[in-house]
Design a protein around this ligand. Structure first.
Ligand SMILES: Nc1nc2c(ncn2[C@@H]2O[C@H](COP(=O)(O)OP(=O)(O)OP(=O)(O)O)[C@@H](O)[C@H]2O)c(=O)[nH]1
Ligand SMILES: [Mg+2]
Length: 301
């Protein structure tokens, strides 16, 4: 996908260096760039914003005949992508845990659409925290499916962690509450709350999510997004943010031939940083996020 974009940029750049830009040239270049971004899972409104930056630079007098148009074009795009991904607030899970008063338990709530990778990501984070020496308990607040509870229990067994659960169809908020009470009573550092997948359009389930959030009062609310999501990432992130106030996100499945364009949509809609990238199905397949990773993926130097 990216090679196509690079070829297009090279081609248009050659056109630019040969002669002055006509409005038609500009239109062609803009179109090519936009198609390239959309093919890398950048959502339409985000691609439009990026493109308008390039457009401004192109139609102005910034690119002269003697300049290296290819490089200029490319760098404008790279900088614009990095700018979107660089939020003002740096956040770290460890800092949030460390900043809790005394032995108070830190509560982290994981939310996202069906199958985005919440349960797997919780297991990875649990493993990460355990390796750092923190005590962790898991809350099986996905009470929607028996298999969801079992999946978390299996991770609990593998990682040697306690899973607090009720039966299927139980009140998800009550499970979270019990897990938090258990953690407080046992001086456990962190509670990771797993929730059912829900579409952003499902009013009832979004209502349930608000209740879980209200009852558990998390220190960190994490939106989990699938890197293979294209346009829908914009709607997902904005609807979840609207309902509960997202503090940060994790982008999963970056190993699955994903360029990570969805990161742009998520950061733009939540205004909060991406904390980690999921890079596989194993417990160690978790990578600290850095905007450069996505810039390099979308537009390699
Ligand atoms: N390749 C790859 N697969 C992943 C990653 N994260 C999760 N998965 C896979 O994606 C599928 C769904 O993951 P889950 O963790 O069950 O997703 P979920 O959000 O909990 O799903 P629901 O609870 O049904 O909403 C599983 O097959 C995971 O192994 C990742 O970073 N890379
Ligand atoms: Mg799950």
């Amino acid at each position: 996908m990216f090679e196509k974009l690079q070829k297009k940029i090279k081609r248009t750049a050659k056109r630019i260096t040969r002669r002055e830009l006509s409005p038609d040239d500009v239109e062609d270049i803009i179109w090519d760039l936009k198609v390239g971004l959309l093919e890398s899972d950048v959502a339409v409104p985000v691609a439009d914003e990026l493109i308008s930056k390039v457009e401004k630079a192109l139609t102005g007098e910034k690119i002269g005949l003697r300049e290296d148009a290819e490089e200029t074009l490319y760098n404008i795009l790279r900088e614009s992508v990095k700018e979107i991904l660089t939020t003002k607030k740096e956040k770290s899970i460890i800092e949030i845990i460390e900043n809790k008063e005394g032995s108070e338990t830190a509560k982290i709530l994981f939310l996202g659409v069906n199958g985005c990778g919440k349960t797997t990501t919780i297991a990875k984070i649990a493993n990460f925290l355990k390796e750092k020496g923190y005590s962790v308990v898991l809350a099986a607040s996905d009470t929607f499916r028996a298999a969801g509870i079992e999946q978390l229990e299996k991770h609990g067994e593998d990682l040697g962690l306690r899973v607090i659960k009720h039966q299927k169809n139980a009140d998800a908020a009550a499970v979270a509450y019990d897990a938090i009470e258990h953690a407080k009573a046992n001086d456990i550092d962190v509670v990771l709350i797993d929730t059912a997948g829900r579409m952003q359009t499902d009013v009832n389930l979004i209502g349930e999510m608000k209740k879980i959030s209200r009852v558990s009062d998390p220190d960190l609310t994490v939106f989990v997004g699938d890197a293979l999501t294209g346009n829908d990432a914009v709607e997902q992130a904005s609807k979840f943010e609207e309902a509960v106030d997202i503090d940060g996100s994790i982008l999963t499945k970056m190993d699955a031939d994903a360029k990570g364009g969805a990161a742009l949509s998520i950061v733009q809609k939540t205004g909060e940083p991406i904390l980690f990238l999921g890079t596989g199905q194993g417990y160690d397949d978790l990578k600290k996020f850095n905007p450069e990773i996505i810039v390099e993926n979308l537009l390699p130097e």
